[in-house]
Design a protein around this ligand. Structure first.
Ligand code: HAM
Length: 428
C-alpha cells in the first residue's frame, strides 16, 4: 500500500515553489525597509509557554496543539510566544530599546483541514517589541498592507481595540450580563464560552450567534481614556499613511494575549478562511512570561492563504518560467562526451544548463528542452562534430544558427554563456 502524507500536511511541489519564494523574497525586502531583522526559532517549545501566552481556554491550547505529553513539549502553533521566549531568554532588550524582528516558518494546529486551513501551515511573522506609540501600530499595519500590495493582492484591513486590564473587565462584565439574557439562542460552544471566554462569543461564525451579538455592548464604548486616545491616534496615523481600514467591533482574535489594537487583513475569494493575516498589541505579555515590562505588537500572514490568493490572480503568469538557459541535445556517444564537459563549464559560468544522458532521439530531446522552457538548444550530432559546427536553436523564435565548435571547452562555454546572459538580460 502506498504511504500518503498525513491529512492536513501538504507537500509544496516544484511547480508551486516559485510563489513561496516570491512571497519570502518580497517580505524580506519590505521588512528590511522597515528595519526588521530575522530571527530563527525552534519548532518545539515547552507546552507551558503556549498555555501561559495564548491562553488556557483558547481553542488553540484547549484542542489544537500537537503535544508530546510525556515530554511536556509542543510543536509551536504560532510564532509570537516562541519569539518572545527567545527575546526574554537572550535579553534582547539590552541590545536595543526597540527590537524589530521577523521570522518565517511552519506552525502546527490540529484543526479540521479545509481550503486555506492546514494542520501544518506557514507564517510570516513580524513583531516590534519595546514601543508603545500608536504610530508603531499604524506603521506595522502599513507594512502588512505594503506586502500584500507588492504581491499584487488586495485585502481589506479591519481594526478593533480590545482595551487593557483596566477597562476590559468592565466590558467583560457587561457582555456576560448581556449573554446571560440571550443564553437560549447561543450555540453549544458559545454557551460554554460565555463563562470561560465570553469575548470569543463575539466572533462566533454561526449565524444564530452572529445575529444575537449584533446588539451586544461594544467594546469601543467601554475603553478607558488612555485606550481610547491610543486607538484614535492609531486611526489618525493610518490616515496619515494613506492606509484604508474599517472598524470591526466584533473582532476579538483567538489568542488571549492581546491588548488594545487588534487587526486582520481580510481577503475575498478565500471562502471561510478569509483572514490572510492578523495581529495586534500585547503590552502585558512579555512581563507575564517573566520578562521586562515591555510593550509589543505584531502580526502574522498565512503563507498558504497568500499562495491561494496569488493563484487566483496570476494563475497563468508563471507557466512559462524559464528553468534552463541552454539545453545540449547530444546524439551519439561521441557527441555526448563532447557536450558533458561543456555543460559543466557553462554551469561554472552561472548558466543554467542541462543535457540528457539516455541517448534519446532528437525529437525526444527537443521536447525535453521545451518542457524546461530552455532559451536555447545546442544540437550536436556526429556530422556536427565532424564539421565542427553545431546548431544553436533559439527556442522562442525557432531561429537556427550555426555555432562553431572550434576552440576548447572553456572558450566555447564563454561564448555560449555570453549569448545566454544577453538573452536573459533582454527578457528581464
Ligand atoms: P492567528 O490569527 O492565529 O494569529 O494566525 C495568523 C494567520 O495565520 C491567520 O490570519 C491565517 O492567515 C494563518 N493561519 C492560522 N491558522 C492557520 C491554519 N490552520 N492554516 C492555514 N493558515 C493559518 C497568530 O498566529 C498570531 N501569532 C499573530 C500575531 C503576531 N499577533 C501578534 N504578533
Amino acid at each position: 500500500m502506498k504511504i500518503k502524507a498525513i491529512n492536513g500536511f501538504k507537500d509544496i511541489l516544484p511547480d508551486e515553489v516559485h510563489r513561496w519564494q516570491r512571497i519570502e523574497a518580497c517580505a524580506r525586502d519590505i521588512f528590511q525597509r522597515f528595519g526588521l531583522r530575522e530571527i530563527r526559532l525552534p519548532i518545539l517549545e515547552k507546552t507551558e509557554l503556549f498555555a501561559r501566552s495564548i491562553g488556557e481556554t483558547t481553542d488553540i491550547v484547549e484542542k489544537e496543539m500537537y503535544t508530546f505529553p510525556d515530554k511536556g513539549i509542543t510543536m509551536r502553533p504560532e510564532a509570537t510566544a516562541s519569539l518572545l521566549r527567545a527575546f526574554i531568554e537572550h535579553s534582547l532588550h539590552l541590545q536595543r530599546p526597540v527590537q524589530r524582528l521577523f521570522t518565517i516558518g511552519p506552525m502546527f494546529r490540529h484543526e479540521r483541514p479545509q481550503k486555506g486551513r492546514l494542520r501544518q501551515f506557514h507564517q510570516i511573522d513580524a513583531e516590534i517589541i519595546g514601543a508603545q506609540e500608536p504610530q508603531v501600530d499604524a506603521e506595522l499595519m502599513a507594512m502588512g498592507q505594503m506586502l500584500l500590495t507588492e504581491l499584487g493582492l488586495t485585502a481589506s484591513l479591519e481594526i478593533n481595540s480590545l482595551g487593557c486590564p483596566d477597562c476590559r473587565p468592565d466590558f467583560r462584565e457587561k457582555l456576560v450580563r448581556y449573554l446571560e439574557e440571550k443564553e437560549e439562542g447561543l450555540c453549544e460552544d458559545c454557551r460554554r464560552r460565555r463563562t470561560t471566554n465570553p469575548l470569543r462569543v463575539l466572533d462566533c461564525k454561526k449565524a444564530t450567534c452572529r445575529a444575537l451579538v449584533q446588539n451586544a455592548p461594544s467594546i469601543l464604548d467601554s475603553l478607558c481614556a488612555p485606550c481610547r486616545e491610543h486607538f484614535q491616534a492609531v486611526q489618525k496615523n493610518l490616515d496619515l499613511l494613506g492606509v484604508t481600514y474599517k472598524l470591526n467591533r466584533f473582532m476579538v482574535r483567538g489568542l488571549d494575549y492581546y491588548t488594545r489594537t487588534t487587526f486582520e487583513f481580510i481577503a475575498s475569494g478565500l471562502g471561510a478562511q478569509s483572514a490572510v493575516g492578523a495581529g495586534g498589541r500585547y503590552d502585558g505579555l512579555i512581563h507575564q512570561l517573566g520578562g521586562p515590562g515591555l510593550p509589543g505588537i505584531g502580526f502574522a500572514m498565512g503563507m498558504e492563504r497568500l499562495v491561494l490568493l496569488m493563484e487566483s490572480t496570476d494563475s497563468e503568469q508563471q507557466a512559462l518560467d524559464r528553468e534552463i538557459d541552454i539545453f545540449a541535445a547530444a546524439l551519439g556517444q561521441e557527441a555526448m562526451e563532447f557536450a558533458t564537459p561543456l555543460i559543466h563549464a557553462l554551469r561554472k559560468l552561472s548558466v543554467r544548463a542541462a543535457m540528457d544522458y539516455s541517448g534519446r532521439s532528437l525529437k525526444a530531446q527537443m521536447k525535453q528542452a521545451g518542457r524546461l522552457n530552455a532559451a536555447y538548444t545546442l544540437i550536436i550530432g556526429e556530422q556536427e562534430l565532424a564539421e565542427k559546427k553545431a546548431i544553436l536553436r533559439n527556442m522562442d523564435t525557432q531561429e537556427q544558427t550555426s555555432f562553431s565548435l572550434e576552440g576548447d571547452t572553456k572558450e566555447l562555454a564563454g561564448i555560449l554563456a555570453k549569448t545566454c546572459m544577453e538573452t536573459a538580460r533582454s527578457e528581464s
